[in-house]
Design a binder for this molecule. Structure first.
Ligand SMILES: CC(C)(COP(=O)(O)OP(=O)(O)OC[C@H]1O[C@@H](n2cnc3c(N)ncnc32)[C@H](O)[C@@H]1OP(=O)(O)O)[C@@H](O)C(=O)NCCC(=O)NCCS
Length: 213
């Protein structure tokens, strides 16, 4: 049996107010805001958390802005002219533009960045013909309304259009909701990583999940 038939197909509710399109350079601020909101805990793990939520939010956005300068291979979901979700892909035939050096941060932060991103690239190395769903995030206020599913579906369509037949992603062990979402789309957990606490992913570990397109 085709392994991708093992799970129930996801229910994708088409919201006519939500459009998905290619992200442009001028979307950078909106995209980076959604990324910093969606991955705040991970970024704070690298730069260090204070007790000041506002300060942490600003520092997190600043870190994301310093890494993500170019908008590349990002789909955005837009609702009433506002970016409400993003999906960033990595394709084996295009070059990664992220600047993982985090130049304007402390030496310790730079070191953590270097180790974390290096580890991530090593674990999630792209083979020919593969693509990687690197980031998926939806505005906090709008989660649970189907935007994530619309983006995931669009990302698969785009990958197929580009000729890719296999996609993978990384999901934290404790992200039950994310894992369930991916399973409903036919992703299967292939490798379990238990990751050392020195890396950005903390000591949480996670699954590399794969799907045939
Ligand atoms: C994961 C994420 C992108 C999902 O986006 P979303 O727009 O909320 O997802 P959807 O509404 O399309 O729903 C996906 C599933 O999760 C459930 N769900 C999603 N967000 C929820 C929320 N805030 N509350 C309750 N249920 C939620 C939905 O019920 C749905 O499952 P179901 O249809 O089987 O019930 C979003 O939660 C997010 O941005 N999380 C933070 C970043 C992150 O963890 N990204 C994934 C990293 S691997």
């Amino acid at each position: 049996m085709d392994e991708n038939l093992a799970s129930k197909p996801p229910k994708i509710v088409n919201d006519s107010n939500v459009i998905v399109r290619d992200g442009k350079q001028s979307d950078k601020d909106g995209i980076n805001y959604i990324i910093s909101q969606g991955f705040m805990e991970d970024v704070l793990f690298i730069i260090g958390k204070t007790n000041d939520v506002e300060k942490d939010e600003k520092a997190c956005l600043s870190m994301v802005n310093s890494i993500k300068k170019d908008v590349k291979d990002v789909l955005v979901a837009e609702k009433n002219g506002k970016i409400v979700g993003i999906c960033e892909m990595k394709y084996s035939n295009t070059k990664d533009n992220d600047d993982n050096a985090a130049k304007e941060f402390s030496l310790l932060t730079k070191l953590k960045c270097f180790l974390s991103f290096g580890m991530s690239e090593h674990l999630l190395k792209l083979e020919d013909g593969e693509c990687h769903l690197n980031l998926l995030a939806v505005d906090k206020e709008l989660r649970g309304n189907g935007v994530g599913k619309i983006l995931l579906h669009s990302a698969h369509q785009e990958a197929i259009r580009r000729g890719f037949r296999k996609i993978f992603l990384f999901v934290y062990l404790e992200n039950f909701q994310g894992k369930r979402l991916y399973e409903s789309f036919g992703y299967l957990p292939k490798t379990l990583f238990i990751i050392n606490k020195y890396f950005a992913f903390g000591n949480k570990g996670g699954y590399k999940m794969e799907k045939k397109l």
